[in-house]
Design a protein around this ligand. Structure first.
Ligand SMILES: [Zn+2]
Length: 76
């Protein structure tokens, strides 16, 4: 029988969503922007798309969203 009983307490924390980081320095832009956005993938995408649109003049398109999604990194 596997000893899953002892790991039960840690599974609640383990199921927490992996936080993602969007680093604006990795995103091509004319500005020297050093903003980083951290949170769940949904949160980061939402804010990053808005930031790209308002601060960098990108068009808020599904394509932009995909580009940002592609450059998300796992938070450590
Ligand atoms: Zn930026």
């Amino acid at each position: 029988m596997p000893t899953t009983g002892t790991t039960k307490s840690t599974t609640s924390a383990g199921t927490a969503k992996q936080r993602k980081v969007a680093d604006c320095r990795l995103f091509p832009s004319e500005k020297n922007c050093s903003l980083t956005i951290a949170g769940t993938e949904e949160e980061v995408l939402e804010v990053a798309v808005q930031h790209a649109a308002t601060s960098h003049g990108h068009k808020n398109t599904p394509e932009l969203r995909n580009q940002i999604k592609a450059m998300l990194k796992d938070e450590r």
